[in-house]
Design a binder for this molecule. Structure first.
Ligand code: HEC
Ligand code: HEC
Length: 337
């Protein structure tokens, strides 16, 4: 109400009423952009400090790969926005995978994991890369055996999951728990959403108005994590059929999960194939009709919004305000022996 204290005297009743209405609407609209206080976790894997500690060691430990050279952090590196900075992931023995490494940031809030959503939880996701031949290429039974041979890990697992031992299940659960601590910190945009008008500049405010207005970006990049958790075909024209591989549903043809835009400044190159280098380019493809507008089964939410180069720059100025302070998580200096 501070604004009204300052300007109230100058306003006629009608204008004041109109302003009150706008303020009320704006407030209601902004709440969905603010990060929830708590992080969801499954009932059978609640977050505890012991599980976080164990999961963190596992996440950064290269001994989880066949030849001891690759860890989760190789491709989801905290220094690189929890991604890897290359178009397509590079795993064991320099093998290149088919897709771009998405950030691990805020995956705790996602209903589906992977670009095509083939895993339903972080627990289910975690065992995939360990076994994938282009990532860590490790046999799970051998991994259980290897970790069982390390006294430090035996103790950590016992503390984190008393009586359960070192199993595929407890490995996945611990890693997932650590990932639930990799959540975005407050960004300038969050302070703005909570009412601090000075938190972001005028260009970013205009960019946000375009994001939710003319650009209709929030058709898909919606809510505090800037994703609807759904899958869309942007007509990129590459060979990857995306979610269609799971089930032959027309709308899933070449459809990929809407990625978060939190800390997106740190995670170039972009898109599932790493084919896009800048935020301007990404905004133009998403906003102005996809890469190939006549693609089969293009998402109906993708249209040519006719964003001008200046409007695209304004949107990018807004996207920059989604960058939070770096997370206070560092790779362990020593590992369990
Ligand atoms: C060689 C690089 C590489 C390694 C190593 C790797 N990942 Fe990934 N990660 C990827 C790629 C590429 C994808 C996307 C694959 C896809 O969608 O098909 C991915 C996807 C993910 C996702 C889903 C993110 C989302 O938004 O959908 C999570 C979570 C994740 N990885 C966690 C891990 C964990 C935990 C480990 C270690 C056990 C790990 N990754 C090891 C490259 C890697
Ligand atoms: C129809 C849904 C949809 C709309 C509307 C949309 N996007 Fe996207 N966006 C996506 C999907 C899906 C991807 C990933 C596509 C892929 O990799 O195949 C993406 C990727 C991005 C990326 C790259 C992020 C990354 O980590 O790879 C940025 C940046 C982005 N969009 C910004 C925008 C902006 C700005 C707008 C508005 C002008 C917008 N998007 C409109 C669905 C949408």
């Amino acid at each position: 109400m501070r604004e009204f204290g300052r300007f109230g005297a100058l306003l006629t009743g009608g204008v004041l009423a109109a302003m009150l209405t706008t303020t009320a609407v704006a407030k209601e609209d902004m709440s969905k952009w603010i990060r929830p206080q708590s992080v969801p976790a499954p009932k059978d894997n609640q977050i505890t400090p012991e599980r976080i500690e164990l999961g963190k060691f596992l996440y950064f430990d290269t001994r989880l790969s066949r030849d001891g050279t690759v860890s989760c952090a190789t491709c989801h590196n905290p220094e690189l926005g929890w991604s890897d900075g290359v178009p397509k992931a590079i795993g064991i023995e320099g093998r290149q995978g088919p897709r771009n490494s998405p950030t691990v940031l805020n995956t705790a809030y996602q209903r589906h994991q992977f670009w095509d959503g083939r895993a339903k939880s972080l627990e289910e996701q975690a065992l995939g890369p360990i076994q994938a031949d282009v990532e860590m290429d490790m046999d799970l039974d051998k991994l259980v055996e290897r970790l069982n041979g390390i006294k430090g890990y035996r103790e950590l697992f016992e503390k984190a999951y008393p009586g359960e031992g070192i199993t595929k299940d407890t490995i996945a659960k611990a890693i997932a728990t650590f990932e639930r601590t990799v959540v975005s910190t407050e960004a300038p945009f969050d302070r703005y959403a909570k009412g601090d008008e000075s938190a972001i500049g005028d260009r970013a405010k205009r960019g946000f108005a375009l994001f939710t207005g003319k650009g209709k970006c929030n058709n898909c990049h919606d809510g505090f994590n800037f994703t609807d958790g759904s899958f869309h075909n942007l007509g990129l024209g590459d060979a990857d059929i995306g979610r269609y591989k799971l089930k032959k549903r027309a709308s899933w043809f070449h459809a990929f999960k809407t990625p978060t835009l939190r800390d997106v400044t740190k995670t170039a190159p972009y898109f599932h194939d790493g084919s896009i280098k800048t935020l301007e380019e990404a905004t133009a493809v998403c906003g102005n009709g996809g890469r190939f507008p006549n693609s089969k089964n293009l998402s109906p939410l993708i249209e040519d919004r006719k964003l001008t180069p200046e409007e695209i720059r304004l949107i990018v100025d807004f996207l920059k305000t989604l960058e939070g302070e770096p997370l206070n998580i560092e790779a362990p200096k020593t590992f369990p022996m």
